[in-house]
Ligand binder design. Structure first.
Ligand code: KG4
Ligand code: ZN
Length: 384
């Protein structure tokens, strides 16, 4: 079945056409338009500006994907859209477009939770070398009779082994979620204030590094330990690891941001000296990675999942990916580790398509999604 998906919950406008074939997902075509430049002067996402950009860009992206793939309502089986959580003016642009398409084409419409989208991003070519394939490639190289399509395209069937412990870290979320089966979510811990990505973004603002902060901070952090100093030297500035040993599984990152603010205020040379900036970026990133890794391992030791899964924008962070992997190998060697390809860590519509497929397949009455264009509404605080 073919799924056309739309994502507009924050500052990326994204559309995707995904083919679901017996548990394998083929991204046939997709487009993501980032608004980072628009929000950069403000050091964070401005909701109304985000909505304005989505209104401008979504019709362009939709027209492109529809025309290029000759989508006409007959060859699409399902429309999927991010229903929430997110910025309401931004979400409304996507949900209204999706509703209009579902009505015009008389297709089922599935509203997807953005956080579950980040979880299911792990199923897009998780074991594949081949991520994006263009439809022509399939037509030009049809699988031989004795060779399943997945194998031909070098895509192995990826099955998540349950129970899964998911760590979702993004600009709006820091959550540890236990999944006993598909679409079943129990939140074991969450941030009490800032999300991990938000902390990166605020740190970048303090250090005049622009928006989004995660890539900027991690770029300088990498310079610190690769170029200038090898092996990693003593850190001169030390920042706290908030709630590292707290008795619950929650997080808090606003104190870390404040500690950075005070360190920069009391050491004004940091802002003028590139090397000091690299050093403080290293320490800031490491503080976040330490807390995320330690908590995830602690929770995993208690709940003994078969898979630990990472997702969300911060999961693009190479140190987090690496250090969590090393910790799992050392402390829980029989546990699987699943992470999305870095591209699908960030907001995209393919992950929304994949999550929608599981909702659709789980429904006893598939027709229930047919009238959804009438009653599905965007929800800023949609919970899992
Ligand atoms: O999932 P996402 O694209 O959007 C939300 O759902 O929020 O996540 C965006 C967040 C931003 O806060 C950004 O700074 C952070 O992910 N991020 C990173 C990296 N790339 C993006 N954080 C740390 N390291 C990165 N490499
Ligand atoms: Zn996201």
């Amino acid at each position: 079945m073919q799924i056309l998906a739309i994502e507009t919950s924050c500052d990326e406008t994204a559309v995707s056409l995904v083919k679901a074939d017996k548990g394998n997902f083929f991204v046939m075509d997709e487009y993501v338009s980032s608004q980072a430049k628009v929000h950069s002067p403000f050091g964070g996402v401005v909701p109304n500006l985000a909505a304005r950009e989505h209104v401008k860009n979504l019709p362009i992206l939709l027209k492109k994907i529809i025309k290029k793939n000759k989508i006409d309502g007959k060859n699409v089986d399902l429309i999927a859209v991010t229903q929430g959580p997110g910025l309401i003016p931004a979400l409304l642009v996507g949900t209204n477009a999706a509703k209009a398409l579902a009505y015009a084409w008389k297709k089922p419409l599935v509203g997807v939770n953005h956080v579950e989208g980040h979880i299911y991003a792990n199923m897009i070519g998780a074991n594949a070398k081949f991520q994006i394939i263009n439809p022509k490639q399939i037509q030009n190289s049809p699988p031989k009779a004795d060779q399943p399509m997945a194998e031909k395209l070098n895509i192995q069937k990826f099955e998540i082994k349950f129970p899964v412990l998911a760590l979702i870290v993004s600009g709006g979320h820091t959550e540890l979620i236990l999944m006993k089966k598909h679409l079943s979510y129990k939140i074991l811990g969450r941030t009490l204030d800032d999300a991990a990505g938000e902390a990166f973004d605020k740190a970048a603002k303090i250090l005049n590094l622009g928006y989004p902060g995660g890539p900027a901070v991690s770029k300088l952090a990498k310079k610190y330990y690769t170029n200038a100093h090898n092996p990693i030297p003593d850190i001169h500035y030390s920042l706290p690891r908030p709630m590292l040993n707290s008795s619950n599984f929650n997080f808090s990152f606003s104190g870390l941001k404040t500690a950075l603010l005070y360190t920069v205020r009391d050491n004004s040379q940091i802002l003028k000296n590139r090397k000091l900036k690299e050093e403080i970026c290293y320490e800031f990133q490491q503080a976040i990675v330490d807390v995320l890794v330690h908590k995830t391992i602690t929770v995993a030791k208690k709940y003994r999942p078969k898979t630990i899964l990472l997702g969300g924008g911060v999961s693009a962070n190479k140190e987090l990916r690496k250090q969590l992997g090393e910790a799992i190998k050392k402390e829980l060697p029989t546990t699987n580790y699943s992470l999305p390809t870095a591209k699908y860590s960030l907001d995209n519509a393919s992950m929304i398509a994949v999550a929608s497929y599981f909702h659709f397949m789980a429904a006893k009455n598939k027709k229930e999604f047919l009238g959804n264009w009438k009653n599905m509404e965007a929800e800023a605080n949609l919970s899992l």
